[in-house]
Design a protein around this ligand. Structure first.
Ligand code: PRX
Length: 637
């Protein structure tokens, strides 16, 4: 497969940058032309950031799975689409060709249809990292159902909230999932969630771990039985549902500064064009390359750069069920060596954690197949960047630091491997078609270089968020109202003398823990559910491995029992309400929180204390009771 839109030289990069700014519509129309459309679009772009109302390729008709699968069958049918490496290295890996994947997707799409799933219905997918997760995602897209994948680490309560928000009546799950030496009872978590969600009609369960599960008559079905049923119907095709470019493709929930996660909605056409374009260009994918993205499909990175982007590009995507440190800290390098991986796309958190094991686990593997290394999810510190560059890339693989978000659908700011220069800890330059600006707190654009500000984007790109599911006003308020006329990212950013962008972290109340977005308000709500808690305030603090850790200041009704036990109870409550990823790293019991006279918690002060900057707390004159601060400082963990 060739990519007419692949940028191959710095000169071509210059040309693309210019064309995409001078004539964005012409630029994207040309890129989009190399996809399979059932009907060409009527207009390339209609937009208004104030409402917001953004349409790309309106009037165009397509199905993304025809682009991911059908159109490759002729030339790439026998080529691996997905290589699957199981959690346990002793278990057999699987190679799924484009033809196999097409067959599996069609089969499962028919299973969904047999169970009365229709275009526009929401299907929740809660599975481990098995190939059937990609099959389920694509089968939904095949019939026009809207998938909502929920990461396997979220709790029953989080699932119930998401099911209710999306009114999802169908669920696809597994009996259990393997992660390192743990076995996660996914179906049992779903059962707990469904106690509150009586509207769910069908739960399809894939066998993975054979952990005992309870199957409810009339509601719960085994994946394998349902496949047998469609097999007995002969070998029927499942023609792809023809979708409007602007029809929703999926919902993916993510955290914001309020307590309730929001369902980010992406559309079929623009998302397809942008994820494929960015995949091919940022990683400089060449036919035959093996692309290993270590993310989970439960996050946007997995959606865009394990499933849709690579498959639309006819690439081979390596899907890994396990974790980087099991059975030992050489697992990533083992996988790279075993499959001769060419592109490795991972997260700073994983790198920092692996760095702590030294070079022993690295040096026993042949990493010479690697051509490109990528980082995503959080700022990558210079030390981790250098370690990756020197010890994994051996100084010969470009490192791409890719900045983007669930809401942006695809990579927005990044160097292009081997085409544009890298700069450690800088995401560097926007992709063609992306127009970042820095604005001050009053919303005024900050011109020039060597400046810092709030990162906004002033022009739409094809995979921009379209709405937040069921609440369009929330989308407007969250992203388009802080700085009118701009999409606001929530990130702070610095622009250097050469125009390179360096993301400095969130400027809102969102934490980034191990590359996972968690709202402080969400964690506070969960802590406050604990019977003994009167009030709490949560802030982030620098954490060597996780990037940010969660620090909770808690007013507790009685701390004369065992403080450690109380901490564990609170932590357990958070794991129950949100999931283990949101467990606080530190819980400090306090008798009061620093508040202004109007009762607002002064988080700035708590943040400084958590960061260890106790000497320089800034202005505390507006505090109702300055003594509170002294007490908290003295009790710092
Ligand atoms: O703060 C930025 C950080 O992650 C946030 C987006 O999180 P999420 O929607 O979960 O998506 C993560 C994967 C795309 C951003 O607002 N972030 C992401 N990539 C980078 C980053 N911060 C610095 N450098 C990056 N490369």
């Amino acid at each position: 497969m060739s990519y007419p839109f692949q940028i191959k030289t710095p000169e071509e990069h210059q040309v693309a940058m210019q064309k995409s700014t001078n004539d964005p519509e012409g630029f994207w129309a040309e890129v989009a032309s190399s996809f399979l459309w059932r009907k060409r679009w009527d207009s390339v772009l209609d937009w208004n950031f104030n409402t917001p109302d953004i349409k790309w390729f309106a009037g165009g008709k397509l199905n993304i799975t025809e682009n991911c699968l059908d159109r490759h069958l002729g030339s790439l049918g026998n080529k691996p689409a997905i290589i699957w490496e199981p959690n346990d290295p002793e278990e057999h890996h699987r190679v799924i060709t484009y033809r196999d994947l097409h067959h599996k997707v069609v089969q499962f799409a028919n299973v969904l249809k047999n169970n009365n799933v229709k275009k526009g219905d929401r299907v929740c997918i809660y599975m481990g990292m098995v190939p059937e997760l990609a099959v389920a995602v694509l089968a939904c897209a095949r019939i026009g159902a809207i998938h909502s994948v929920i990461f396997g680490g979220f709790s029953a309560q989080s699932i119930a909230d998401r099911l209710q928000d999306a009114q999802a009546e169908f669920i696809v799950t597994c009996d259990g999932a393997y992660r390192g030496n743990k076995e996660i009872p996914l179906k049992s978590v779903i059962d707990d969630a469904l106690v509150q969600c009586r509207f769910v009609k069908k739960v399809i369960v894939l066998t993975r771990t054979r952990i005992p599960v309870s199957m409810i008559k009339g509601r719960d079905l085994w994946w394998e039985d349902e496949i047998k049923k469609v097999e007995t119907m002969g070998n029927p095709d499942c023609p792809a549902e023809i979708m409007d470019a602007e029809d929703p493709l999926f919902i993916l929930y993510t955290s914001g500064s309020t307590g309730k996660p929001k369902g980010v909605v992406h559309s079929c056409g623009g998302y397809m064009v942008y994820t494929t374009y960015s995949f091919v260009n940022v990683f400089q994918y060449k036919p035959g390359d093996i692309h290993f993205c270590t993310a989970d499909v439960g996050w946007i990175t997995g959606h865009s750069y394990i499933v849709y982007g690579p498959l639309c590009a006819g690439a081979t995507s390596l899907m890994f069920e396990g974790i980087p440190t099991w059975p030992d800290a050489g697992r990533f390098w083992d996988v790279v060596d075993k499959y001769k991986v060419n592109i490795l796309y991972t997260a700073p958190t994983a790198i920092r954690s692996l760095m702590s094991y030294g070079l022993g686990p690295v040096n026993t593997h042949d990493l010479s197949s690697l051509k490109v290394l990528g980082s995503v999810g959080e700022p990558i510190n210079e030390e981790a960047w250098q370690w990756l560059n020197e010890n994994i890339g051996k100084g010969k693989c470009p490192v791409v630091d890719t900045w983007w978000q669930t809401e942006t659908g695809g990579i927005m700011i990044s160097n292009m491997a081997g085409i544009t220069p890298s700069k450690p800890s800088y995401a560097t330059l926007p992709l063609p078609g992306v127009q970042p600006v820095l604005v001050d707190d009053a919303g005024k654009e900050i011109e020039g270089n060597n400046v810092s500000g709030n990162l906004c984007i002033k022009f739409p790109w094809p995979s921009i968020i379209r709405t937040t599911y069921g609440d369009h006003e929330r989308c407007r308020l969250n992203y388009f109202s802080t700085y009118p006329g701009y999409y606001f990212t929530g990130d702070g950013c610095y622009r250097d003398e050469a125009g390179n962008y360096r993301i400095t972290g969130r400027v809102d109340d969102v934490l980034n823990v191990s590359g996972h977005r968690i709202g402080t308000a969400e964690v506070e709500n969960a802590i406050n559910m604990h019977a003994g808690v009167i009030e709490s305030a949560v802030v982030g603090y620098p954490h060597d491995i996780k990037g940010q850790g969660i620090y909770a200041f808690v007013i507790y009704s009685s701390t004369h029992g065992d403080e450690n036990l109380s901490r564990q109870d609170i932590s357990q409550t958070v794991a129950r309400i949100i999931g283990a990823i949101a467990r606080p790293d530190k819980i400090q019991f306090v008798s009061n929180l620093p508040k202004t006279r109007s009762g607002k918690i002064m988080r700035r002060i708590l943040r400084k204390i958590a960061e260890g900057e106790v000497e320089n707390l800034g202005d505390t004159s507006t505090l109702l009771d300055p003594n509170v601060v002294e007490e908290i400082k003295n009790g710092k963990l």
